[in-house]
Ligand binder design. Structure first.
Ligand SMILES: [Zn+2]
Length: 82
């Protein structure tokens, strides 16, 4: 997991989390991410206070179905606000 920051860059709060492959600086959704950003283990997906990128979540769970089977998907994928 790789952090995306808002207007203030790395000195500001995390805007949302993206899932990346290995040490890639590109999210699964195609978003370019800054080097040196905060990272987290994939197991933290959905556990952070900040939002997790919905597109990354969908793509990631499609690529690792075994994880989705073991866990309740609704806890990981962000809920859509009305
Ligand atoms: Zn993303």
């Amino acid at each position: 997991m790789h952090a995306e920051y808002g207007d203030q860059g790395r000195s500001g709060p995390v805007k949302q989390w993206h899932m990346v492959q290995d040490d890639s600086l590109t999210g699964l959704c195609g978003r370019d991410l800054v080097e040196g950003a905060a990272t987290l283990a994939p197991t933290e997906w959905g556990q952070t206070q900040e939002v997790c990128c919905r597109a990354c979540g969908v793509l990631w769970f499609q690529s690792v179905p075994f994880l989705a089977d073991e866990h309740d998907r609704s806890k990981y994928l962000p809920h859509e606000s009305p």
